[in-house]
Ligand binder design. Structure first.
Ligand code: ADP
Ligand code: ADP
Length: 218
């Protein structure tokens, strides 16, 4: 479960997140919807301990990220897939992550198969397309078999088949009882994938609604 309470985060004069509160429950896909610049990535970065909160709290399973003993076993995330380093093979990249998080190396083969990269495991990540990087980032998120997952714009760079694959993956992760937060600026994507929506704009909560209720209004 994810809890964001009265979170505010500024970068200089920019208020990226402004008194934001919401919860993400297990067993469903929660869409985090808002235009570019709304504060979605900032919120996820704070939840993942990559940025300090200005004020307020961002908790995963009731704790700050820094207080979680084996973070990758509790929370997996896909943030900026384009940023994955290029020198190593996909297998070596994941093996290094597994080792540094005390996750068995057997999981590396499993997640590479799960994301459809088994055939590219020995290839250098530098030669990967954006879609392959997304898949690799998702493999990293799944590595620790975490109960909480966050995906920031995961369909970027994917072809239609990849988009359908992501949708199916999100639905299965939620059906397994995991907590899934999916950020996107595309309502069309959310309508097909999410059960519930947290809508933000300019760092503030605009609406929290079930996708069914929202669809009923059109
Ligand atoms: P979203 O993910 O919804 O597109 P972001 O969280 O990336 O939104 O950005 C929210 C606001 O904070 C934007 O105005 C953005 O320019 C600003 N911002 C985000 N990260 C930084 C940073 N590291 N330094 C300065 N401004 C930032
Ligand atoms: P360590 O795991 O040794 O404490 P870091 O936490 O800095 O080191 O993580 C090392 C690498 O693992 C980085 O590339 C980071 O992006 C990635 N990473 C960390 N936590 C997660 C996570 N929950 N999901 C996916 N990747 C993660």
């Amino acid at each position: 479960m994810i809890e964001v309470k009265e979170l505010t985060k500024r970068y200089g004069a920019t208020v990226a997140v402004d008194g934001l509160s919401f919860r993400v429950e297990p067993g469903q896909v929660t869409g985090f919807l808002g235009p570019n610049g709304a504060g979605k990535s900032t919120t996820m970065r704070v939840l993942l301990g990559l940025d300090a909160p200005g004020s307020g709290e961002a908790l995963v399973n009731g704790r700050r990220y820094a207080a979680i003993r084996h973070p990758m076993r509790e929370v997996g995330a896909l943030l900026d897939a384009a940023a994955v380093h290029g020198g190593r093979s996909a297998f070596d990249h994941l093996r290094w992550l597994a080792r540094s998080n005390r996750i068995g190396v057997r999981r590396v083969t499993e997640v590479l198969e799960q994301v459809g990269l088994a055939g590219a495991a020995r290839r250098r990540v530098g030669g990967f397309s954006l879609g392959m990087r997304q898949r690799l980032g998702i493999a990293a998120a799944l590595l620790g078999d975490p109960g909480v997952l966050m995906f920031d714009e995961p369909v970027n760079g994917l072809d239609p088949e990849g988009v359908r694959w992501i949708r199916h993956l999100m639905r299965s992760l939620a059906a397994e009882g995991r907590t899934v937060l999916l950020s996107s600026h595309l309502m069309s994507e959310m309508a097909l994938t999410a059960d519930r929506l947290v809508v933000i704009g300019r760092g503030r909560l605009i609406a929290e609604t079930s996708v069914q209720d929202l669809a009923g209004r059109f």
